[in-house]
Write a protein that binds this ligand. Sequence first.
Ligand SMILES: [Zn+2]
Length: 405
Amino acid sequence: MASMLTITVPKMGGAPHMIDRDQIDRTVDNLAPEVVELSRKIHQHPELRFEEHQAAAWLSDTIEKSAGVSVERGVGDLPTAFRARLGSGKGPHIAILAEYDALPEIGHACGHNLIAGGALGAFLALAEQRGNLQGTVDLIVTPAEEGGGGKIRLLNAGVFQGVDAAMMFHPYDRDILAHPALASRWLTLVFHGTPAHAAAAPWDGNSALTACLDTFRLIDSQRVHFRDGVRVHGFVTNGGQAVNIIPEHAACEFSVRAPFKAELERVAAIVERCARGSAMAAGVHVEISIRQGYREMKNNLAIARRFGAALEALGRKAPETDARVGSGSTDMGDLSQAVPSIHPYLAICDEGETLCHQHAFAACSASERGFQTMLTAAKAMARTTLDLLEDAALLEGVKAEFAKT
Ligand SMILES: [Zn+2]
């Protein structure tokens, strides 16, 4: 994409000094037309998980052309992932993360185009100051948050090696600094029974569908034993073959989510028990397959509070959490278990107006308000990154908190 901006890089050498935060804000404001345009373009061309080829190309071209920073494409063996680095790898090492994948049919209804723009804005503003940075800053572009777990793949491939802290922001209907995200797991249940003529000889059959439906009922009967915040939700993917056949095959899928891993294990075992109990009652066989989802978010409050202070300096005051708000799951949870991390939410619409994964939220993700929030996020992330690079006591506190929680 054509670059509208040339960044002047200060000369290297001399003692590093504190970088002027107002200068960072001004750079983001100067970059605004280019960053907004790119975010809008990603919004207009939604790409599903692991297929974010255009978005990756637009983002990496902008970084190379605008900031003159070289981009390491395909990190972690993921073709649409990339990393751009400021600094030599020495000193404190901070990662700013971009997501950019969309959802089937409803496009950018999770606002990942704004996450990409916010991370890009922060990184380009810091790139202008690269001669004065007291450490290393990575922009890591992480594919497939929506069900693909790109961050987990990058983590396992060592892309976050040496990173001391990681951050991103997520659009929402309100500002929250450190909201929980749930640990998750998927279970697929396939029931195999005995077919028979449903009118002429139903006594010869064993209904796979009966066992499938009873599984839902048994799980409901167990909800009284779930801890607060647990979610178990499923749907039938195969309800039988024909109305005049006792169903030989039936299947359903469940998502199990919990605030922490031990509760996830416990509830997932209950769901399995319900499936086996239903199968036994119906005289059919059940096959259970499990797919790991995401870990719960371990919010680093020391970083989150600093991000909150940066937001406040920019005229926005955010609470740490909000008991009225539900939680989803994100692959940032997995990263947060390995590296001190934050995943703050920032409003792109009025409270209660709409939420992620709705059509109206997709519209907000390309609205003036959405883009303004994206630019505020860019400034706040750049300021927080500088705090982590320049304030040794802060980074020590971040690490101490991470080690003991
Ligand atoms: Zn999202």
